[in-house]
Each structure stands twice: as structure tokens, then as C-alpha cells.
Write a protein that binds this ligand. Structure first.
Ligand code: ZN
Length: 135
């Protein structure tokens, strides 16, 4: 497998509107728009930074994964996403190497990317997302 770059950092927030004040107004990052991924019960907002992006994550439902994360740990970095060349190949290789996968198969993430998560129990407590997309 080949990791190309850090695609983005996912940051869980209570309110994208509120967090935008920091990332857009104070830090001066460009807000690239937001998108709701209904299946994940999350709204995402992207702010490109150089070759990577900051992804803010706000829950759309009290039982969603981000709502649960905020309840347990509060706001903060929730995951790190690596851009890979071929996500199916990467998942097969990681499984072969004994890494626990949350997603055995890629699913559709924000921006039409193919994404899959690795289990933090296998990755030193860091939730890692693999992402494959064109740009
Ligand atoms: Zn992400």
C-alpha cells in the first residue's frame, strides 16, 4: 500500500458555526463549504491548509458517532485521514498484517471520497481513516 499524504484532520466540535469563528475568521483559513453525510449522522466542513485540510465534524443526531465522541471526550481531534493510492488494496494488506478494521469495505464519505476506518485498538489509540479520491 502507499500513503500519499495526510488528507485531513477530523476535529469534533459542538457547532461548526461556532468553530468557524476560529478557523475562518481568526486563523484566516478558507471555508470550502459543508456537507451532511446522513449515513454517518454528521455534518462536515472543510478548510484547506496547504496540501491537507481541516475537517470539522458536527453531529446531526444525539446517537451519532460524533455525538458519542463529544459526550465521552469533549471537542478535539477525532481522527487523522491518510490519502492512499488504492483503498481496497490498502485494506486487504492491513487486514493481512493483523490490523483490526472498522470498515472491511470502503464506503462513501464527504466529497465523494472512498473512505474506511481502522480500529484505534490496533493503531495506538488513534482513529485512522483511509481515503481515496481524485483531485
Ligand atoms: Zn475524515
Amino acid at each position: 500500500m502507499k500513503v500519499l499524504k495526510i488528507d485531513h484532520l477530523g476535529i469534533a466540535v459542538h457547532s461548526i458555526e461556532e468553530a468557524k469563528k476560529l478557523f475562518q475568521d481568526t486563523l484566516g483559513l478558507k471555508f470550502e463549504g459543508s456537507e451532511t453525510v446522513a449515513e454517518q449522522k454528521v455534518t462536515t466542513a472543510f478548510f484547506p491548509v496547504g496540501d491537507s485540510e481541516v475537517e470539522l465534524l458536527e453531529s446531526t443526531a444525539p446517537d451519532g458517532p460524533i455525538a458519542k465522541y463529544l459526550e465521552k471526550r469533549g471537542e478535539g481531534i477525532q481522527h487523522i485521514a491518510f490519502r492512499v493510492e488504492n483503498i481496497e488494496e490498502a485494506l486487504a494488506e492491513l487486514k493481512e498484517k493483523g490490523i483490526r478494521l472498522i470498515d472491511e469495505k470502503p464506503r462513501l464519505g464527504a466529497g465523494g471520497a472512498k473512505i474506511a476506518f481502522l480500529h484505534p485498538k490496533s493503531t495506538h489509540g488513534v482513529l485512522i481513516e483511509l481515503s481515496e479520491r481524485e483531485d
